[in-house]
Design a protein around this ligand. Structure first.
Ligand code: MTE
Length: 328
């Protein structure tokens, strides 16, 4: 694996070969055209849906009960999904290298099973739970979300997962809980990039409790109808679609409820450039580039960036009265 001197986000250069690989434009609606068995009140089986890519099917995972997804929800976008190939070969996962193509090449060393997740801190019912057990607690939903990276590129991804709110309610936050802190696995054998001091390992992230409880906030275990590929954060990854992509911490081993605002990796690494909130905001430029527009992977022309990444109607109230420049 190549290692370069530490470089903050935003170092990517658009390569022509990437454009040449942009094919397979899959309409998000197409994910629902496969054989859908009605289960209970309009639930769909995940089987037989055209998905693209050749990762294992969720249903093919040994020992797993059939998983169901709800029909499309109120938050789904109709925008065309990014191709599976692009979403799984153009990644940020510094534990496996700094170039966009390196996680796909290197993340085979990560072993997403068996996997234990600890949920602790300010909760009445702390848990140390096997990933398969955790996943069995919730029906899986498909959510088609926009993802806007702070580097000014974006994708549309059909995630499979469950709302974080359900998990948090299950462990019963105490009255002291105000924030949720997330931690990625720290194991330099599985994550060779951690042998280099590129970031302060393990990668950590955090949300305010009301953000974590918002119905848009998802814990993803899959994408495109498949198990989450290692390079996308297997086996468990956070998705907060109105925030910059770096909030979407991958390969989570610990979720802790806290009284105080937890540290976050990019804020710690460069507080002038990366804030705790990291809400997508076209009006607040990154110190080194504008955030007013973005390059949607698979498209040639830039498009305007929307406040809260187009989810303002759902989430703007969370920040009423807050100075969004100061709290960037
Ligand atoms: N999580 C960990 N543990 N390590 C990382 O380097 N990169 C973040 C985020 N989660 C990162 C991480 C960044 S900067 C982005 S934009 C998204 O993951 C990228 O997700 P993707 O590769 O699935 O598109």
């Amino acid at each position: 694996m190549r290692q370069k001197p530490p470089e903050p986000l935003g170092s990517e250069i658009t390569s022509e070969s990437l454009y040449l690989r942009r094919r397979e434009f899959i309409k998000s609606a197409a994910f629902f055209t496969g054989t859908a068995a009605a289960v209970g009140a309009g639930l769909q089986l995940l089987s037989n849906r055209p998905t693209g890519g050749d990762g294992p099917s969720l249903l093919a995972t040994p020992g797993e009960a059939p998983k169901v997804v709800r029909p499309r929800g109120p938050y789904d976008t109709d925008e065309r999904a990014t191709s599976y190939e692009d979403a799984t070969t153009y990644n940020n996962f510094y534990e496996f290298g700094l170039d966009k193509g390196e996680p796909a090449e290197n993340a085979h060393t990560l072993k997403p099973r068996p996997w234990t997740v600890v949920i602790d801190g300010e909760v009445n019912k702390p848990q140390r739970v096997d990933m398969d057990t955790l996943q069995s607690w919730f029906p899986l939903e498909e959510r088609v979300y926009r993802m806007r990276c702070v580097e000014a590129w974006s994708m549309v991804i059909p995630w499979l997962g469950f709302p974080l709110a359900g998990l948090l309610r299950r462990v019963e936050p105490t009255s002291k809980a105000k924030y949720v802190a997330f931690t990625t696995l720290k194991d330099p054998e599985q994550m060779p990039g951690q042998k280099y001091p590129v970031l302060d390992w393990p990668y950590v992230e955090g949300l305010r409790l009301d953000e974590a409880l918002h119905p848009l906030t998802l814990m993803a275990v899959g994408m495109y109808g498949r198990v989450l590929p290692n390079q996308n954060g297997a086996p468990l990854r956070l998705v907060v679609p109105w925030k910059y992509g770096f909030k979407g911490i991958k390969s989570i081993v610990r979720i802790s409820l806290t009284e105080k605002q937890p540290p976050t990796t990019w804020n710690r690494s460069n507080p002038r450039e990366y804030g705790f909130f990291a809400n997508v905001n076209p009006e607040v430029a990154h110190p080194r580039w504008s955030q007013a527009s973005e390059r949607r992977i698979g498209e040639l022309r830039r498009r305007p960036t929307l406040p809260f990444n187009g989810y303002a109607e759902q989430v703007a109230d969370l920040y009423k009265g807050m100075d969004l420049r100061g709290n960037f």
